[in-house]
Design a protein around this ligand. Structure first.
Ligand SMILES: [Zn+2]
Length: 417
């Protein structure tokens, strides 16, 4: 029998914390490295987007990462800033040092809990890992009020042992327990059960948040994250454009829009301003130098394109025929006009405004010159080109005194939470 249609009632929506790790897990992936200035620019954009937490790096990994966490900590006033560290004392101290200027610092410490990692990577016994967890969380709690603990490779860990380790982390002072699907192996129903188990056996009535961090090796990162939310997770770790180790992390824009569009099934809210999703995605593409796949959900070039005649006809009559959300709701400019060498200053300024950049007359002058030079070489100038052109001007306006250009040599410590 069909459910009767009910009058819409005001619903109390629980908040899902959006933990962005574009600058840490995302940046670790091949071809996605960013310099200090680019990380700070990206952090500003993420804060404007409305993410709750920005994981800015892994300070012990390199001087570049340390400097980036330090600069982002000084820059961001609203978002919490997280720094990653293993359980070693020096790792934790380095993370705390990098976070010194953050208004809301979070230390994120992790250790693997699966037998395969214990045996082949850590060469530690289960008992030793429990001791490492306790010591690390205690030490981190001396430096910061907000401590997150991650059980790396949680989805391939023995459930009883995983719960034991997580319980030790809570006793030692962790307020966020992250359950990562480090290798992108789990299935939605299985992951849902795991999150429920952790909730029942470890969290109980305590004021501890369950977080998830899903990788996309089987293309299930977003589905698994949403299943976890339904099972009681209240923090989701994700990245812009889904960048990250191997096949990437759960894509922030997909999670946010799934919660937004299907709020009938998922009664939750986030702090994200969905209209900033597309500009943020475009900025990241411009910084790392590659576009997202054209058919990528939410932010791909074709995500709102209608090619088939019958579809076009339907969309013109009523967009809801083939669109479950409007392009405008995610910040895709409604105007699909492609700019070329004959486009004038006004069209250029308008397109920038649609992309979220209000150019001053002086900025417009400089940018228009580079635009015409580029349009001479390229037949069509796309949004991504425009954002690339704008970067120097934006950078100089946003630049703060403590930000100096610097290199980054990450990826030496083999982290894959
Ligand atoms: Zn990861």
């Amino acid at each position: 029998m069909e459910e009767p249609l009910l009058m819409e009632e005001p619903m109390i929506r629980e908040r899902i914390t959006i933990f962005d790790t574009t600058l840490r897990d995302g940046e670790q992936s091949p071809g996605c490295s960013m310099n200090l200035e680019e990380k700070v620019r990206m952090a500003q954009e993420l804060e404007m987007l409305g993410v709750d937490i920005i994981e800015a790096g892994f300070p012990i990994a390199s001087d570049g990462d340390f400097a980036a966490v330090k600069a982002v900590s000084a820059q961001c006033r609203k978002a919490k800033i997280a720094a990653l560290c293993r359980t070693a004392e020096a790792d934790i101290a380095r993370a705390a040092e990098a976070l010194q200027r953050a208004i809301h610092p979070r230390i994120h410490t992790f250790v693997a809990t699966s037998d395969i990692h214990l045996e082949h990577k850590l060469r530690k016994s289960r008992k030793e890992v429990i001791d490492m967890t306790r010591e690390a969380v205690k030490l981190a709690s001396n430096y910061a009020e907000d401590v997150e603990f991650s059980a790396e490779d949680a989805t391939r860990s023995d459930v009883d042992y995983l719960c034991e380790v997580l319980a030790v982390a809570v006793e030692a002072g962790a307020s966020v327990l992250n359950v990562p699907d480090t290798v992108g192996y789990t299935m939605p129903s299985e992951f849902s059960r795991l999150v429920k188990t952790v909730r029942q056996r470890v969290v109980g009535a305590r004021n501890v948040t369950i977080s998830v961090h899903c990788h996309n090796d089987l293309g299930l990162a977003v589905a698994n994250s949403l299943a976890a939310v339904e099972a009681g997770a209240r923090q989701v770790e994700c990245t812009i454009n889904g960048i990250g180790e191997r096949a990437g992390n759960a894509s922030l824009e997909e999670i946010v829009m799934a919660l937004h569009v299907r709020s009938d099934r998922l009664p939750f809210e986030t702090g994200v301003n969905t209209r900033e999703l597309y500009p943020t995605s475009q900025l990241l593409s411009a910084i790392v130098g590659f576009e997202v796949q054209p058919n990528k959900a939410i932010v791909g070039r074709n995500a709102f394109a209608h090619e088939a005649g019958i579809h076009q006809h339907g969309v013109i009559n009523n967009p809801l025929c083939y669109e479950i959300m409007t392009p405008e709701s995610v910040g895709v400019p409604a105007n699909t006009l492609v700019l070329g060498k004959h486009s004038g200053r006004h069209a250029l300024a308008l397109r920038y405004a649609e992309l979220g950049f209000q150019l001053s007359p002086a900025d417009l002058d400089t940018t228009y010159k580079s635009f015409t030079a580029l349009a001479d070489r390229k037949k069509k100038v796309y949004d991504q080109d425009l954002i690339s052109l704008l970067l120097p001007a934006v950078k100089s306006r946003c630049q703060k005194s403590e930000v100096k250009a610097g290199g980054n040599q990450l990826a030496t410590t083999g982290v894959a939470t």
